[in-house]
Design a protein around this ligand. Structure first.
Ligand SMILES: [Zn+2]
Length: 425
């Protein structure tokens, strides 16, 4: 195992220092370190963050390997500064059994680029009719702790209650895609001025807010853990604020795209901007950014959703919802939040690692800590070129935009997965 000496890097909230990485851990931290045989990485002007952790990634394998594989998605994640991702269950077959979650987990280990933590489905086949074998998935080699029907809402309140009750035994968490399906039938974009002007069926904010309100009450009643996926409206923030003030065990995430892009993008009719929940208004964005800084929203999660060309480059009405996110998330966060590194580390690494129960991730570099970290050049600016992304898909909403920040290196348990901004394997 090679040792790495990262010279003159700024840890979060600290002065530039050297980090010696050896045998999978941060061996030493201090100025002027030396180590025979270590590969030296000059990190002057760069920042060392704990490796990023994504609570919401679609890796598409098994079933849609034309859009993404565990390996290609893992490479995209490493290039984005991630050391762990939670893989959503809406694959084909659905990850609703111990067999499928173990398959995804094993594929992640084989790729060896990030830790892939499978999320299990809440209901069989994501059909919303009966509970999947949550216990078998929790007991499997994949040790599933987060369950979600993401892509679909667990709309039946009785099923939602039973799911929350079930996972309480092993301190699991139900991650809800909050969308009251009766209020979003045929929806194409955010319901508001722009949808009226374009004549497209709207997805009203209240369809999200109503489910979150119901679910925080259910979680409170059961005393169980709820996580709300991709919060997108100012009203949802208020519901979460009240629930947290009462002590409900609820956490929430926001995506990079919901922090940066508004529903006006739909005016282009370019389906790359079609996503679920839809892009909202400038007022929603302002509320989401404030909630993130305040801690009402706990986490930035990518909702990385690769789609094959034929599913995306078609008429708006027929296009699948979803956007790529892994390779651009840190840059969008930096653009939106500025160089508030402690906040970025908190929302993109420490807190998501804690929610997912991923010990060894989300830890700032210190002697003896597993060397899961990423090194960022905050001064770099880059133009996003879809053709240069490691994902198998090309549906980035940031094409040809200039964004700040560049991932220079990522280490997974002391081994580089990215060096000089390039994937190592
Ligand atoms: Zn979703």
């Amino acid at each position: 195992m090679t040792a790495y000496l990262i010279r003159n890097v700024s840890p979060v909230g600290g002065e530039p220092t050297d980090l010696l990485i050896r045998d999978g851990v941060v061996a030493e931290v201090g100025a002027g370190l030396t180590a025979d045989g270590a590969t030296v990485v000059d990190a002057t002007g760069l920042v060392a963050l704990p490796g990023l952790v994504d609570l919401h990634t679609h890796l598409r394998e098994p079933g849609r390997e034309d859009a993404e594989t565990v390996e290609s998605g893992s490479r995209a994640a490493a290039l984005g500064g991630y050391t762990a991702v939670c893989a959503m269950a809406n694959t084909s077959p659905v990850a609703d059994t111990a067999g499928v979650v173990e398959q995804v987990w094993r594929l992640g280990r084989e790729a060896g680029l990030v830790d892939v933590q499978p999320i299990g489905a809440v209901t069989v086949g994501l059909a919303g009719e009966r509970l999947a074998e949550l216990g078998a998935m929790a007991d499997s080699a994949a040790r599933v702790r987060i369950f979600s029907d993401d892509g679909h809402c667990v709309a039946d309140p009785r099923l939602m209650r039973r799911a929350l009750e079930y996972v309480k035994a092993f301190d699991g968490v139900i991650a809800q895609h909050a969308e009251e399906p009766r209020l979003t039938e045929g929806a194409q974009m955010h319901e508001g001025e722009v949808s009226t002007r374009l004549g497209l069926t709207g997805w009203p904010a209240v369809a999200e807010e109503a489910i979150i309100a119901r679910d925080v009450l259910l979680a409170e009643h059961v005393g169980s853990r709820l996580h709300v996926c991709h919060v997108s409206t100012a009203g949802s923030v208020e519901v979460l604020r009240q629930a947290k003030a009462r002590g409900v065990r609820v956490t929430a995430e926001v995506t990079p795209h919901h922090l940066l892009l508004t529903d006006q993008r739909a005016e282009s009719y370019d389906p790359v901007f079609k996503v679920n929940p839809p892009l909202r208004t400038a007022a929603d964005i302002a509320a989401l950014r404030a909630a993130l800084a305040e801690g009402v929203i706990d986490v930035i999660a990518t909702d990385h959703a690769p789609h094959a060309v034929e599913d995306k480059e078609c008429e708006w009405a027929y296009a699948r919802p979803g956007m790529l996110g892994l390779e651009t998330a840190l840059s969008v966060a930096l653009d939106v939040l500025g160089p508030r590194w402690d906040l970025i580390a908190e929302r993109m690494s420490r807190v998501p690692a804690r929610i997912a129960g991923l010990t060894g991730h989300g830890l700032d570099p210190a002697p003896g800590v597993p060397a899961n970290l990423t090194v960022v050049d905050p001064a770099a600016r880059r133009v996003i070129e879809p053709a240069e992304l490691a994902s198998r898909s090309r549906n980035t909403p940031y094409a040809r935009m200039t964004l700040p920040g560049r991932i220079v290196a990522t280490f997974l348990r002391g081994e580089p997965t990215v060096l000089d901004g390039k994937a190592v394997k």
